[in-house]
Design a binder for this molecule. Sequence first.
Ligand code: PFF
Length: 451
Amino acid sequence: MLMASSSNAQWSSRWAFIMAAVGSAVGLGNIWGFPYEAGQGGGGAFVLIYLFFVFVIGMPLLIAELSLGRRGRMSPIGSMKKIAEEEGKSTLWQLIGWSGVIGAFIVISFYSVVGGWVLAYVVKALSGFSGLAADSSAEVFTSFIADPYLPIISHAAFMGITIFIVAKGVEGGLEKAVTFLMPALFVLLVGLVIYSAFTGAFAQTLSFLFAPDFSKLTLNVALNALGQSFFSLSLALGSIMTYGAYLKRDVNIGKSAAIIASADTGVAVLAGLAIFPIVFAYGLNPGAGGGLVFISLPIAFGQMPGGVVIGTLFFSLLAVAAITSAISLLEPSVSYVSEKTGKDRRKVAATIGFAAFILGIFSSLGQSGNILGDVSIFGYSIMDAKDSLTKNWMMPLGGMFTALFVGWFVSRKSMMEELAMNDSSFKIWYFLVRFVCPVAIAAVFISIVFL
Ligand code: PFF
């Protein structure tokens, strides 16, 4: 596997590519974000609309972004500009690339803060959560994020590891991480689901997650589900386009996208099934927000036999999943800047990573109870403001314009050649990307802005 900004760099195999893309998709968004968004969105109604967005909107866009990346073979900005020129269209379309690169930079700044929490929890898990009760688990978490120093040190450690891997190029190390550790995380999650099923409130979880209460389905829940589905699939931030740029021509993009989307969704649902039985069994609030995973699972780890080993393993694998996603968030800006300036990749990665670290410090200090905990931006904390700007605005709009570009401005013939799908799959994809994606995204969007 390789990543470089040169246009002839390629993945070593289809499997390496799929695992890297799954590594990008599966991360904090699945195990931290999905359960808490589902919890806040009332459970089943959120899950149902989330699944709809993943397979009807997210997957066609995944295909579109991979094919744009493969055709352009440059950074997202370079690829968009090049393809627009080849198609005789305005080079303003490169704005899609810009929005992705800038959005990914904003996201990595706060993603790394949460990644740091995970690293800190690896250390906490090592010393054991034994006998942790529900309220003391919440207390451990809230006092940790209110600490001005520790979370920033953890954030620095997380960003440092990410920079290190991106700077080296990811041959060898990342390939091993994604091909071995991602399946290990999957197996561990299945184990946790089984444990939760036997010890926690599993029946209540099933009805919470899968029996939709449509009275909970507000427009805001729909917008959150849309943003979450894009975030989880790593869409509209240039990551997937950048990975597509290293893709060989003989790889079937449609099939790969189906595998990536299914694995990503599988992990999110498993995370929900592992977490909510504990949440309900201990009377925690499913809508508690960003602390849900950090508060609920330690209670279980504190009680189960072998909890120290399993807890440490869980948070370590979660850290790996987060790092493989963070790499794909840093890669778009690094590939653009090294493409533009021809500067050494290591220097570029270190500089951009450091800038994102500084920006992230504000998200860390903006946690409730911390130094900037009272700062409010349109009613949001600093981290939530960045989260909402990217997830609710940049990503849906980026996705909508990508769909419009591919569906209406790139010629049908060149898309057909690029994708090499069978006729009926192509027709379905083309219909989704031309009509369903832009209309559905615009509908959710317009209703939020105007209603
Ligand atoms: N998909 C990752 C997750 O679910 O944690 C996060 C992410 C990575 C989002 C890359 C966007 C992106 F471009």
